[in-house]
Design a protein around this ligand. Structure first.
Ligand code: NAI
Length: 475
């Protein structure tokens, strides 16, 4: 079993390998970092030195700690140096043949009970382990970038992974200060699978002209509390990387429509607009423009937020003869036709105090006037959206919950583990399943059905787990 005294071998001195080495050495292990290039080892050492210097500067560790931590790390070009390692974490190039060849070499030098883990993001742990001696000792330990900062580690069990070893690795990761969750070996594991709609729904809203990019980014932040919207985050990650991840998950699931990548993002990549690194992505970084949301009306912030709180509790209110309602999946035009009254539908608002805006779509001019007057009365800026099913942020959250529910149905992870993974792997302000429970699972299922019906697309149909969970809640 894995314990605090074991020697940790890290293969690959790149961004991930150097970060993982830091985490293991900080936890007190002797660490041996292997790379095939001397200059890569040099860069890895620099990455570690910078990481430790930043901790010293922030007062997190003493200079003497930093020295001890780096003294615990050895850097080697020779795979034989791994011979005493009890845990190997592989973080080399994302290529299954190269990884498998390295595992074969490692097996000839380590003891029979050394655990061999891969940090792969997109390859199958089961496939990487197969054909090796004792495949039960192979698993995924999926860290997030930068490894010393990001809390999450997905402990991934392949088809043959020894369950007790995976449990032991989970405890070891916790002892390293990580938030570790168990995950089954499926493409994207938990986070990279469940997160797909965060991006694709933003792109879809943009493609459909629901609002402009800066406004959509703003709404993700202001209404839901995400740290960044999908376009600013895509610009930061690089759209080539982001779209490759989306395509890899989509292809790996043989084209499951829930994971459909964005055409518009693919076009951006084809045009060389990769994001910050190329000077231009969704936004231009050459002109130093600051993306600003478009408001239909601005408020000085003076108003009565209780009006908004009241609406959110009741679900709808009458304002100047117009029904102003929380989004239930149906577009305003459809509700208006069904109820034979003017309607304005509000997008999701997580915290009525903190939100600086409300976003709405209106069934006609009278409804729009009423929504603007309501926003002013609440002291909020107003964003006028194109009328569409589920609007923008609510639809994204619905589909995130739907994908999270599918992951639970497929036994990728428990509901709590999915939430913990999303909050710690990609910094979501809340877990998608906890969000759905808070909204009411029945409401979420009905809203997804309404979006699916209105859009005519099966990808929005609520999955079996969500439906069953909603039913259980009603019993
Ligand atoms: P990187 O390109 O920065 O570093 C890879 C290192 O591995 C290089 O220094 C290279 O010289 C070395 N290497 C390649 N083949 C080798 C071999 N046969 N033996 C020894 N060393 C070898 O890559 P990065 O970004 O650190 O990614 C490494 C792994 O971590 C990949 O599997 C990637 O999918 C995964 N990962 C990456 C994340 C990221 O955001 N960069 C996040 C989570 C996982």
């Amino acid at each position: 079993m894995l314990n605090k005294d074991l020697i940790v071998g890290v293969c690959g001195a790149g961004a991930m390998g150097a970060g993982i080495a830091q985490v293991a050495a900080q936890a007190g292990h002797r660490v041996i970092v292997l790379d095939q290039f001397d200059d890569a080892l040099g860069r890895g050492r620099d990455t570690l030195a910078k990481g430790l210097a930043a901790l010293v500067k922030r007062g997190k560790i003493a200079e003497s700690d930093a020295n001890e931590i780096s003294a615990r790390c050895e850097w080697s070009l020779d795979v034989d140096a791994l011979s005493d390692a009890g845990l190997i974490i592989e973080a080399i190039v994302e290529n299954s043949e190269v990884k498998r060849a390295l595992f074969q070499q490692i097996e000839t030098v380590v003891s029979g009970d050394a655990v061999i883990a891969t940090n792969t993001s997109s390859l199958s742990v089961t496939a990487l382990a197969s054909g090796h001696k004792n495949p039960g000792r192979y698993m995924g330990l999926h860290f997030f970038n930068p490894a010393p900062v990001m809390k999450l580690v997905e402990v991934v069990s392949g088809a043959e992974t020894d369950a007790a070893l995976a449990a032991s690795a989970l405890e070891l990761m916790k002892s390293w200060g990580k938030t570790a969750v168990m995950a089954r070996d499926v493409p994207g594991f938990i986070v990279n699978r469940v997160a797909r709609p965060f991006y694709s729904e933003g792109w879809r809203a943009l493609e459909e002209g629901a609002a402009d990019a800066a406004t959509i980014d703003f709404l993700y932040r202001d209404l839901a509390g995400f740290r960044m919207g999908p376009f600013e985050l895509g610009d930061l990650i690089g759209h080539d990387i982001n779209t490759a991840a989306a395509k890899s998950v989509y292809d790996a699931y043989f084209g499951r429509t829930r994971f459909t990548p964005s055409l518009m993002q693919a076009q951006l990549v084809a045009a060389g607009r990769l994001g910050r690194k190329s000077g231009r992505g969704v936004y231009s970084y050459e002109e130093k423009e600051t993306p600003t949301p478009t408001f239909a009306a601005s408020s000085g912030g003076q108003g009565d937020v209780l009006l908004l709180e009241d609406l959110l509790v009741k679900g709808w209110i009458d304002h100047h003869g117009v029904r102003i309602m929380k989004c239930d999946g149906r577009p305003a035009g459809r509700v208006a036709a069904e109820m034979k009254t003017p309607v304005a539908v509000l997008d999701f608002i997580r915290d009525p105090e903190a939100a600086t805006a409300i976003a709405f779509a209106a069934s006609n001019d009278k409804a729009k006037e009423a929504a603007l007057s309501f926003a002013a009365a609440c002291g909020k800026n107003a964003v006028a959206l194109k009328d569409r099913a589920g609007l923008v942020v609510f639809r994204t959250l619905l589909q995130l919950a739907n994908c999270a529910g599918d992951a639970v149905r497929d036994e990728v992870a428990s509901p709590d583990a999915v939430d913990v993974a999303m909050m710690n792997g990609v910094n979501y302000p809340f877990g998608p399943i906890a969000w759905a429970r808070g909204e009411g699972l029945g409401h979420v299922v009905d809203a997804l059905d309404a979006v699916a019906e209105e859009c005519g697309e099966a990808m929005y149909r609520p999955g079996e787990w969500l439906r069953a969970a909603a039913r259980r809640g009603l019993l």
